[in-house]
Design a protein around this ligand. Structure first.
Ligand code: ATP
Ligand code: MG
Length: 475
């Protein structure tokens, strides 16, 4: 049901309905039963009196001391009821009654129509009833007086009992009204507090949706709303980080792209100079080609990253021999190693078969080994090792270069992160891509470094856990 007025009105109405319902139920149960019990108690009392008086009547009649007027007066006094003695005339089942004596001394046609007394006369049994005469209610008991065949009626107003019931009714109604009022005020107040808190949350969500992440979402409550505010705040912090990372990424990427592009533009202009001698021209061409290579690598890296970010990178799962990967990469980088006076050594454990994507494993190995060649001084030895580690296999690239200072170690896997004052300039994407790719294959890339010993380790799930026969080394 859609009730206008928000949570305030809804909660107040709900409380009102609960309190109102509870009190009405109590009213419906208590009032009628109280009335029934009070009237029944009165009738019980009258019946006991009537039975005792019937015995007295029979005794006096037997002793011939019965004087009806005196009897009804005395009976009225002890039973506190109007007492009437009737004679019963007429054929069975349609008898009429005639008042012989009435403690109120009224008698006559009115009381001779009394249904209780007539029923007792016709059915010859004790009859008890609640009747109404002239707008007033009475409890009545009529008993047949067996010896004389007469009927005695005890009739007494139950206005006291009904007044008690009325009092209870009034009190209950008053209590209901008071409780409803309190429920309304309380419901409204409690709902207002919650509505305010929800309103604050809503405004915070709107702010976050508009991209304003600075203002924290605060709610000190320990209840669900407080927990929701906590979740909102965590979401805000996460979104702020993502937003910052996105902006940094765009800024870094454009910066990285601009540098080689500027240099390319400069060299192209110089190359356009017709007076350039052949030697300088070919030097410029070589530099231009190097810049184009750098741009190509950078755009490929950026494409890889963005594909991984949107989850659109295809990863094969096949048997990959890590020793073979180590050899291929070592060979690929052989020329570079020679040029920079580095030594590459491959130590291959033929049991190291991974379950991964061969191309991607090579890409990771290339990034790790390439780093060991370009970020270390000449003369450094780079060792590529494939090994089996229980249910996992590892490809380790070790070098005996100066290492990565501990304060940078935790950050080298971040996108665009480079150690300041490093030997070579890269874009700082190689290790970030390596780690993310490894993650997609169920593996990890980790680093341990101290001066003279730096090791990057790619660990992958083993193809299976049973050892394989060694494959012959080609060549
Ligand atoms: N073996 C190593 N020895 C010393 N420093 C290293 C080594 N490997 C990586 N680093 C440091 O970690 C940084 C990040 O490496 P990463 O491969 O991510 O980026 P990059 O090599 O600078 O650029 P890219 O690989 O994208 O061309 C490097 O800039 C370098 O400072
Ligand atoms: Mg690198």
């Amino acid at each position: 049901m859609n009730i206008p007025g928000g949570i305030r009105v809804k909660l107040a109405l709900a409380l009102l309905a609960i309190v109102g319902g509870a009190l009405l139920t109590a009213y419906a149960i208590v009032v009628p039963s109280l009335e029934r019990r009070l009237v029944a108690a009165k009738l019980d009392q009258q019946e006991r009196d009537a039975n005792a008086l019937a015995v007295l009547y029979a005794t006096q009649e037997a002793q011939n001391t019965l004087r009806l007027d005196d009897f009804v007066d005395g009976a009225d006094f002890v039973s506190n009821s109007r007492v009437v003695i009737f004679a019963v005339d007429g054929p069975p089942k349609s008898q009429v009654i005639r008042s012989l004596a009435d403690s109120l001394a009224v008698g006559g046609a009115e009381i001779e129509r009394d249904p209780t007394a007539i029923a007792a006369a016709r059915e010859v049994r004790t009859v008890r009833a609640r009747v109404r005469h002239d707008g007033r209610e009475y409890a009545e008991v009529a008993v047949p007086l067996l010896t004389a065949g007469n009927v005695m009626l005890l009739s007494s107003s139950i206005s006291d009992q009904l007044a008690t019931v009325d009092l209870v009714k009034r009190r209950l109604l008053f209590a209901t009204a008071a409780a409803l009022l309190i429920a309304l005020v309380l419901g409204f107040a409690v709902a207002a507090i919650h509505a305010n808190r929800l309103g604050r949350l809503q405004r915070a969500a709107d702010r976050i949706a508009e991209g304003a992440f600075d203002e924290p979402v605060i709610d000190n409550g320990a209840d669900e709303v407080g927990q929701l505010a906590g979740s909102f705040d965590r979401m805000r912090i996460q979104l702020a980080q993502l937003d910052r990372a996105r902006k940094e990424f765009v800024a870094n990427a454009s910066h990285e792209l601009r540098t080689p592009l500027f240099s390319l533009a400069g060299f192209l202009e110089l190359l356009a100079d017709e007076d350039l001698d052949e030697k300088t021209r070919s030097e410029f061409l070589a530099t231009t080609r190097a810049q184009v290579d750098r741009l190509t690598k950078l755009t490929t890296d950026l494409l890889d990253l963005s594909r991984m970010d949107v989850g659109r990178i295809r990863i094969e799962h096949e048997e990959v021999e890590l020793a073979e990967v180590a050899r291929v990469v070592a060979e690929e980088l052989g020329a570079l190693a020679d040029a920079s006076s580095h030594t590459i050594v491959v130590e291959a454990d033929e049991q190291a078969w991974a379950f991964a994507d061969e191309e991607r494993v090579q890409q990771i190995a290339r990034a790790m080994a390439g780093n060991a060649l370009v970020h270390t001084p000449a003369g450094t030895v780079v060792r590529l090792r494939a090994e089996r580690r229980g249910a996992r296999v590892a490809l380790v690239v070790e070098d005996n270069g100066p290492g990565i200072p501990p304060e940078h170690l935790g950050r080298v896997f971040q996108r665009f992160y480079r150690v300041e004052g490093g030997l070579a300039s890269g874009s700082g994407l190689g290790l970030a891509i390596a780690r993310e790719l490894a993650g997609r294959m169920g593996g990890t890339v980790t680093v341990a470094s101290r001066p003279g010993a730096t090791a990057f380790t790619l660990e992958l799930p083993a193809e299976d856990e049973s050892p394989r026969p060694p494959t012959p080394i080609p060549g």
